[in-house]
Design a protein around this ligand. Structure first.
Ligand code: GDP
Ligand code: CA
Length: 317
């Protein structure tokens, strides 16, 4: 079986670990969000790609959900001693090495997809990880504060401001001119099923779908999503602040509807949202907390089960 999964950071990575367990024989291709990418200290940082790579490769800081395990922060402290920031973005020493290798390869002319493949040679994530695009797409957030109305990088809004200032709009800058990275469309076309893990619907899944060509390719497939919203709130993080910016209510139903007609075939919601119905989509409820490896694999199994159910219904109809 061939599975394609679109993925952001923590929610995507944890789900993928469960999916690998639930479908050990499957060929899994992950299309990673790069809208969160940022250049810091002259280095290219790809937070979502790295979270997937470290989580599946066994190098993640489990409690935090991002960054490396057994991390130290000497370089960051030394930079701060020079008065060189930003100090609000936590880059550890081990993590720095990843960004140095990536930047060196990018500057030598390799596209991000080739660089990601090279980094994965070390981590052996057990999936094929492809960035959504090799082109630069950066998510920017328009805010208004005492300095007036201005656009800031998503990371500044998310990490420095903790989304405490309302986002007036969120834009994936460069998306409309970007092209899917090599292998992305072919993987989707070859897939038996496309899964949306419980990743942020706006700045993870939404950004990937904004790369021209990806949305149409996905829509042609059997698509099942797992809700990141349980009982009207995100499980972790501030996805509600992102949904508000695009005028979508923070609910499992509204998120499914926000993907638009003809995209999702199945939607897995938590038992707390068992009453959710969405026109044109098969909705199933079950516990959706990825509390441990077993629970997470069960969620992935349920997503695949729903996909098979939808396909059987289509074949019969
Ligand atoms: P990020 O890039 O690190 O923010 O990660 P993602 O975009 O992949 O995922 C973030 C989303 O994961 C948030 O909206 C959370 O609500 C969701 N999430 C985190 N843990 C869980 C969980 O255990 N269950 C469900 N259903 N969603 C989760
Ligand atoms: Ca992210």
């Amino acid at each position: 079986m061939k599975i394609v999964c679109l993925a952001g950071g923590i929610g995507g990575a944890r789900f993928l670990r469960g999916l690998r367990t639930a479908a050990p024989e499957a060929e899994i291709t992950v299309i990673g969000n790069t809208g969160d990418d940022i250049s810091l200290f002259g280095l290219r940082v790809c937070p979502d790609l790295d979270t997937v790579m470290y989580t599946l490769g066994g190098g993640i800081n489990e409690e935090q959900g991002w960054g490396r395990a057994a991390e130290t922060f000497t370089v960051k402290e030394e930079l701060a001693a020079y008065g060189v920031g930003p100090e609000w973005f936590g880059l550890g020493d081990r993590d720095f090495a990843t960004h140095i290798v990536r930047t060196q390869m990018l500057e030598a002319g390799y596209p991000l997809s080739a660089v990601t493949e090279a980094l994965c040679d070390r981590w052996k994530p057990g999936v094929r990880l492809i960035p959504m695009t090799d082109d630069q797409v950066e998510t920017h957030v328009v805010i208004e504060d005492d300095r007036g109305r201005r656009a800031i990088h998503f990371q500044e809004w998310w990490v420095r401001l903790r989304a405490s200032v309302p986002a007036l709009s969120i834009t994936a800058v460069g998306a409309e001119k970007s092209k899917p990275a090599p292998g992305v469309l072919a993987a989707i076309e070859a897939a038996d099923v496309v899964l949306f893990p419980p990743s942020n619907p706006v700045v993870s899944i939404g950004t990937i779908l904004a790369v021209p060509g990806i949305r149409d390719a996905v829509a042609a497939k059997t698509v099942v999503g797992v809700s990141p919203i349980i009982g009207g709130a995100p499980v972790r993080g501030m996805a509600d602040a992102c949904l508000k910016a695009i005028g979508v209510e923070t609910s499992a139903r509204a998120v499914a509807e926000s993907y638009g007609l003809g995209l999702l075939d199945g939607w897995l919601v938590d038992e707390a949202d068992a009453d959710v119905r969405v026109e044109g989509i098969e909705v199933r409820s079950r516990p959706l907390l990825m509390s441990d490896a077993v629970a997470t694999a069960d969620i992935a199994r349920a997503a695949l089960g729903l996909a098979a159910e939808v396909q059987r219904a289509e074949d019969a109809g």
